[in-house]
Ligand binder design. Structure first.
Ligand code: IVH
Length: 682
């Protein structure tokens, strides 16, 4: 066998040091410095070299171990059965190769073998021990042999039963699974941390791991953690010749959560199909997965196959493209929103993240820039998951170029040059230009014309931009002064479409007070609040003349919203615009005070998963406008659950409790019926 060159020895030493350091930061400090993709690349390279020169393998090589030593703060727990890791398959050929290896070893036809497929949840692995059905201990994985006892923390997770359900309880059950945080929970936790100067986590996995390793279980309890089981490591009495999927169903009966996406398939084509299907759904699941875990389903065959040092021979992890990648921050632009909020947006060297090219990412606000310590020219790590806007999660300061530039938050609005204000205690900086600001004007007009506001057909984003840029439209009133001839002179605007637009504008003049109030775009006045205001005051004049105290008397209007409404109607330019709109023929029937139908009054609804035709916030607003309360969790009292793709525990709970569940189509049908007054109760 050939001897390695000095160059190879150096490479091995560097890779090991880098991997050890990454492990330490990731597992011990909860402060990852390396993306998974970079980590996997280095580990693969080290495995390749060690395969070529087996003499170089040492017991302490990162290829030979499964994790990092446990933290000192928690008692050590010896795992009765080691918690192993899995070998990876990086492409479909490697799945086929896995099936062939299994088939050759068992001396059977690979295409007849049943495999159980589950999402590879990206969270923190834990092991729970139940004796006579009672949870007695829970531990992290640690280095696979010794973990940390975090029983009190795990007991705070509602998805972990303290007692198993049912009559036929096993004498002993050691169940393993993943503790995860949904995208929704993760976003909410970070949003709160950003506001309160708390710890912002890079991704849901670190948030889950960090939350489990809190010395104070009350902190763990406050975190949106979920447990999902994927393996019965010990089951006594022995369930006999069961399959893995049967055991998972059994765990479900015992009250444990298992993956709703679990499927048993046959042969390599069945596996490849499953991986493709799950890959397509990945962005809609609502939580992070980094691949598919493939397991030989028959436990007898699993036993026959056994283990190699680091992993079982009967399972493999098919890896999806990484959700984090590194790239360069080329520049930062400042965007101005409808309410003047100024958001720094990172302009990135385009990079493919989990199959999508990303060239922009959110930097949130000035505090976030300071927290990240990011400069223009830096190498940054980007995370893209589900429908969440890509985020900059950290900066590789060691790679900072000499000509890196500081990011200077503008003192004047980049669009209209008005002063930028940042109010005491607020993290958001705003342009003070109001409707004088072109950016705010465009956003305000888009909102004014939108479907749930005045619903002006044919007045889209591009057209609004053209109208504002030419200064033809400064306020919503100017829209109704446009004539077809002038419109037809715009590029790409045919006579027919301009005629249609004028007709649509004319039609939009007949509206409702609630829609009109919503269309004005008053800060924090959504559809439900606008409807409440319209119903309470009955006429626009009464609403415009209301004092703060009168406004606070309206359902769901607190001091902040009342102040926004009051200030809005005190601005002379807003009053002028409203007068002009009325003079141009905008009209509505007076609202019958207090008599808007509220078919869902007294009911509580829950929205979960993603909706395609509207955002969850819109769905919530519409339900509230019908009198419903919208809650975050399902209980016996819940009147209904709307479940889109990615719905997880809430849907499962609703089904378990017999709470009615609507899919998006059913929800839309009902909404329309309720809103039109065709149906008065659920
Ligand atoms: S089975 C001996 N199933 O992946 C096999 N693991 O490298 C035990 N993981 O950190 C693992 N989802 O926590 C299995 N459905 C799933 C999984 C899963 C995530 C994690 C596991 C471990 C890693 C294995």
């Amino acid at each position: 066998m050939s001897q390695p060159e000095q160059k190879t020895l150096d490479e091995v030493a560097t890779l090991r040091a880098e991997l050890d350091d990454a492990n330490y930061r990731y597992y011990v400090l909860d402060e990852p410095r390396m993306t998974d993709a970079d980590y996997d690349r280095r580990l693969r390279r080290l495995q390749e070299i060690e395969a070529e020169y087996p003499d170089l393998v040492t017991p302490d090589s990162p290829t030979q171990r499964v994790g990092a030593p446990p933290d000192a703060g928690f008692p050590e727990v010896q795992h009765a059965v080691p918690m192993l890791s899995l070998d990876n398959a990086l492409n479909e050929d490697e799945i086929t190769a896995f099936v062939k290896r299994v088939a050759d070893r068992l001396e059977i036809d690979g295409e007849t073998i049943a495999f159980c497929c589950e999402p590879k949840l990206d969270g923190a692995a834990v092991s729970l021990v139940y004796e006579q059905g009672v949870l007695v201990s829970g531990a992290t994985r640690g280095d696979g042999r010794t973990g940390e006892g975090i029983t009190s923390n795990l007991r705070t997770l509602r998805s972990i039963p303290l007692k198993l359900r049912g009559k036929a309880l096993p004498d002993l059950l050691e169940v393993r699974g993943e503790v995860i945080m949904s995208h929704e929970g993760f976003e909410a936790l970070n949003a709160k941390a950003r506001e309160e100067d708390g710890k912002v986590f890079a991704n849901p996995r670190n948030a889950a791991a960090g939350s489990l390793r809190q010395l104070d279980p009350r902190i763990t309890a406050s975190r949106p953690l979920e447990f999902s089981a994927y393996q019965a490591a010990r089951f006594e009495p022995d369930p006999g010749d069961a399959t893995h999927s049967e055991l998972m169903a059994r765990l479900g009966d015992l009250g444990l959560r298992t993956s709703a996406a679990l499927e048993v398939v046959t042969g390599s084509q069945g596996l490849i199909d499953y991986c493709r299907r799950l890959g397509e759904r990945r962005d809609r699941l609502g939580y992070d997965i980094d691949g598919v875990v493939i397991k030989v389903d028959d436990l007898r065959l699993q036993r026959e196959l056994g283990f190699v040092a680091r992993a079982p021979r009967w399972a493999i992890a098919f890896k999806f493209p990484a959700q984090e990648e590194t790239t360069t921050l080329n520049d930062v632009e400042f965007q101005v929103g409808r309410t003047g909020a100024i958001t720094p947006v990172a302009r990135l060297e385009p990079v493919t993240v989990a199959g999508v090219t990303v060239s922009n990412a959110s930097l949130h606000n000035a505090d976030e820039i300071a927290r990240l310590g990011v400069m223009i020219g830096d190498t940054v790590t980007i995370r893209r998951a589900g429908d969440v806007i890509p985020q900059v999660v950290r900066v590789e300061t060691s790679l900072r170029p000499a000509d890196a530039r500081e990011i200077v938050f503008p003192e004047r609005c980049p669009v209209c040059d008005s002063e930028v204000e940042r109010l005491e205690g607020e993290v958001v900086a705003r342009c003070s230009g109001g409707l004088y600001c072109g950016a705010q004007r465009k956003e305000a007009l888009k909102h004014f014309a939108s479907r749930r506001a005045l619903d002006i057909d044919g007045l889209g984003e591009k057209l609004i931009e053209a109208l504002v840029e030419r200064d033809w439209v400064k306020t919503p009133a100017d829209l109704f002064r446009l004539d077809a001839e002038r419109l037809a002179s715009l590029p790409r605007m045919a006579q027919k479409s301009s005629d249609n637009l004028v007709a649509a504008l004319d039609k939009a003049k007949q509206t409702t007070l609630a829609r009109f109030v919503f269309a004005l775009g008053i800060r924090e006045v959504g559809e439900a609040t606008a409807a409440n205001l319209a119903r309470h005051f009955g006429t626009l004049d009464a609403l415009m003349g209301a004092e703060v105290a009168d406004l606070e008397a309206v359902e769901d209007v607190g001091p902040v919203v009342a102040a926004h409404v009051h200030t809005f109607f005190r601005q002379p330019h807003n009053r002028d615009t409203i007068d002009e709109l009325r003079a141009l023929g905008l009209a509505w029937k007076e609202e019958e005070i207090g008599e808007r139908p509220q078919p869902l009054a007294g009911q509580t609804w829950v929205l979960t998963g993603t909706l395609e035709s509207m955002t969850r916030d819109e769905g919530k607003e519409r339900l509230q406008a019908l009198g419903a309360k919208v809650a975050g969790s399902v209980s016996k009292k819940t009147a209904g659950v709307v479940a889109g793709p990615g719905a997880g525990s809430k849907l499962a709970k609703a089904e378990q409790m017999g709470v009615p569940v609507l899919d998006e189509e059913g929800f839309l049908e009902r909404l329309e019926a309720w809103e039109s007054g065709r149906e008065t109760e659920q």
